[in-house]
Design a protein around this ligand. Structure first.
Ligand SMILES: C[S@@+](CC[C@H](N)C(=O)[O-])C[C@H]1O[C@@H](n2cnc3c(N)ncnc32)[C@H](O)[C@@H]1O
Length: 375
């Protein structure tokens, strides 16, 4: 049995036979159904939606394709793990199974979390989970078929921190997924502990977390190729779509595309795999002057409001917008710190407590990355 490109329905049917539930295969909630269902929705749905929130944002195939195209050389002969991915709805599993031969993969493994529920999206209330293994096309047609995909039971619920999931992690060379935002710190710490290559989606705010910023400073993790300004939209469970439709304006929390309600998140790709844009110099042409580049009141660096305006002839510390990380070439610049109210590396100290580090003449600026030129 072959899996149709763009719709892993047949895989769903096979898993359905393996597990006794039905999983329709639609990513993004239908706007009309949601509106109709809103009348029926009560506190129960809202309660569930609150729980789901950003931890149940499902990545769209186009966003995966647009990012993954920049890393092809990294995947040859490698085992890829998608460890927060219900294969019934995961476009990560879909992408890697269909591009298995194109990328020259050795193996693809996908584990999911508390997945045995008859709703479209996992509601995380089963203590059992499954994992899938795919080692490529066997019959020469380069299309993944049910017979070629191994479907196995996990002993536990598929938590990425569980012993059996860590055993799968150890097998993997590269981890690619969109993990639950609420566990992002822990998720990244585990990848670093097991020395894995990774390409993952996280919230932009995570950049300012002490542990994450430290990794970015040390060039152990950086922003992926997709610009931070790109609006990433995600498939969401119906109950969360209902909440968004009733509490947010279109464009703020959600967008409707082709009749589907898609959730908006301040999401960005993080990776420790190299790609060519990371080594392109940012052209600098503005000369430094004291008026346009004042120093912060409480921090020894000049302020630069736009990345494009980084002066070409200033060799000291400069505070630039967080979006600078899109243009960051570690040969051209060094990252020294990050500042907002406090240093992102040091947090509040005796010296900085009560001072806002980005203020200029008492007016705070947005968070800044402190950099200096290397050449
Ligand atoms: C943001 S969603 C992304 C799903 C999928 N990776 C994608 O991109 O479409 C995060 C997923 O992680 C799962 N999850 C939550 N806690 C988990 C845990 N402790 N271990 C593994 N997965 C978890 C959630 O059920 C959810 O499906």
């Amino acid at each position: 049995m072959k899996l149709r490109r763009g719709s892993p329905t047949l895989l769903v049917n096979a898993i359905e036979r393996f597990t006794p539930f039905f999983y329709p295969q639609v990513i993004g909630s239908d706007a009309k159904t949601v509106n109709h269902d809103m009348a029926k929705s009560g506190n129960e749905n809202l309660r569930k939606a609150n729980k789901a929130k950003n931890d149940e944002f499902y990545t769209q195939l186009t966003d995966i394709e647009n990012e993954l195209m920049h890393y092809k050389d990294h995947f040859k002969g490698k085992t890829v793990l998608c460890n927060c991915d219900d294969p019934r709805v995961s476009n990560f599993f879909h992408y890697f199974s269909y591009n298995f031969e194109f990328l020259g993969l050795k193996k693809l493994i996908a584990t999911c979390y508390k997945n045995q529920n008859s709703e479209l999206f996992s509601t995380n209330n089963s203590e059992k989970a499954i994992y899938l293994e795919y080692t490529g096309d066997k019959d020469g047609d380069k299309i993944p078929s049910i017979e070629e995909i191994g479907i196995n039971h996990l002993q536990g619920d598929g938590d990425f921190r569980s012993k059996e999931c860590i055993e799968l992690l150890k097998q993997a060379d590269i981890v690619v997924t969109n993990p639950p935002f609420s566990l992002f710190r822990e998720y990244v710490a585990q990848l670093i502990e097991y020395d894995k290559k990774f390409l993952i989606i996280g919230n932009k705010n995570a950049i300012t977390y002490k542990e994450i910023f430290q990794l970015i400073k040390e060039n152990k993790m950086w922003i992926g190729n997709t610009p931070m300004s790109k609006d990433l939209l995600f498939g969401i469970p119906d109950n969360y779509a209902q909440e968004l439709l009733s509490t947010k304006k279109q464009g703020s929390g959600y967008k409707i595309e082709n009749g589907k309600v898609l959730g908006r998140a301040q999401a960005v790709w993080f990776t420790n795999m190299d790609f060519s844009k990371r080594h392109e110099d940012l052209p600098l042409f503005k000369p430094y002057n004291e008026t346009d580049y004042p120093k912060y009141d409480n921090y020894d660096a000049i302020n630069v409001d736009k990345t494009a305006d980084i002066p070409c002839d200033y060799s000291g510390a400069m505070g630039v917008p967080i979006t600078f990380l899109d243009k960051y070439n570690p040969e051209q610049f060094e990252i020294l710190d990050g500042i907002g109210r406090y240093s992102m590396l040091d947090g509040p100290t005796e010296e900085t407590k009560g001072k806002y580090l980005t203020t200029i003449n008492g007016e705070p600026k947005y968070a800044r990355v402190i950099i200096k030129k290397n050449r």
